[in-house]
Design a protein. Sequence first.
Length: 513
Amino acid sequence: MRGERRRALPDGRGGSGRSARLQPAGRAPGRSRTPRRCGDTRDAGGNRLDGAAHPPGRRAPVAQHRARRGRDPLQFCRTAARPRSGAGIGYRHPSRAVAEPRRNRRAGRAPAQPAGTRKHRCVAGRCATVAGHTALVAGRCRTMKVMLGISGGVDSSVAALLLQQAGHQVEGLFMQNWEEDERDGPCTADADRKDAVAVCGRLGIPFHARNFATEYWDGVFEHFLAEYRAGRTPNPDVLCNREIKFKTFLDEARALGAEKIATGHYARVDFRDGTYRLLRAVDAAKDQSYFLHALGQTQLAATLFPVGEIEKPLVRELAREAELPTHAKKDSTGICFIGERDFRSFLAQYIPARPGEMRTPGGALVGEHQGTMYYTLGQRNGLGIGGRQGASGEPWYVVGKDVAANVLYVAQGNANHWLDSRMLRSEAPAWVAGRAPAARFRCTAKTRYRQADQACEVQVLDAGLEVRFDTPQRAVTPGQSVVLYDGEACLGGAVIAATDAPFGGLSPTQDQS
């Protein structure tokens, strides 16, 4: 048009030196165009990934656009995503059926919900409705047969719900990993199984059950006992995930015809540059990537973590909305095969207790312990030496063990230096990507679950890792895992073998000071 004002479009953003007619501020005249989608990226299978809406003529970089809109609650199945076509995509809410019109399929837009169903919750940093979240997960992924590890808890129950809303053929598989003894009291596995059956019945999905007690005993429990005999404090959850939930369970799921497995863990998986990555959960307070660090590419390629994209309060809300029988069930804590039982009496069934001397680092006898296996570094409760004559009123802490001599070392005061270390060495590491990022690199690390990230430098050795922290660490415990992170990505981890604390095994015991 003659005399119209035009502006040049910059190179690199879809312009390439072209020009476009300037529009006045506000709504453009005439009929609006359907926004095109940016981020025409493809996954490992060549499937186009659904992008987000942006104005015509502007191709925003995918990373920049994702940064604007926040994490995608559909990420748990993005690696197999394939946009559906058709006039509308229907999804079935537990209490209603809603169709999503084509005009509402723009990113971040859920179809209108009936009055009274809007309940604000935070999804990946954004305000969303409970029913709206269900709309977001529906119809966006290539459907497949998914075997869900259903535990009878609320997290795996909602994972089943979300997978079902996404259109997958979901089946539940309950794992019995421990043979209960009547002498141990009520069998929690029976109650969990009943809840799992009830959830599958509510959702109308098939239920399977398998007994993996033999595999668990051989692959997890024998190692658990060996570590305690050696005076270390193991983490059986890490080994259970690697050997049972993402190995034995995965094999059984494939035998049942499943293409992928899913669990109720709070973590995320994505695919970038030809590699699957294990990411922290959106809900940082519930993140379980620490326990999943030993998973490799084969396991991650076959795994979905539906609840890793949302926060725990929304998980509960979704369960209530769907009237799932586990919506108010208490979260399980502690070691799975011990449950609510007394730890000492349980362990004594398998390892004979050896009472011995309890001494200070200087050698003073202060009491008697019931067996070094019952104590862990940094422990202050259950020592039985409070109010000792001639000692200060400060609490006592376990600071070291001499398993061969059967001596437990304790020291007073929260600020005592006997628990401090700045360096650890580990056993052979497990890398999520299948290889170390470099021979030497900086990252952050956790030496126990729920610990804040600690800055460190990692040196890869022939038989393990050497990790040096920027600041002193408290009560780093051999047998536990050191897990490494690069931002939100979990790099991998290893079992801690020794530290440079006075009783950590890498330095001679110091004189008391």
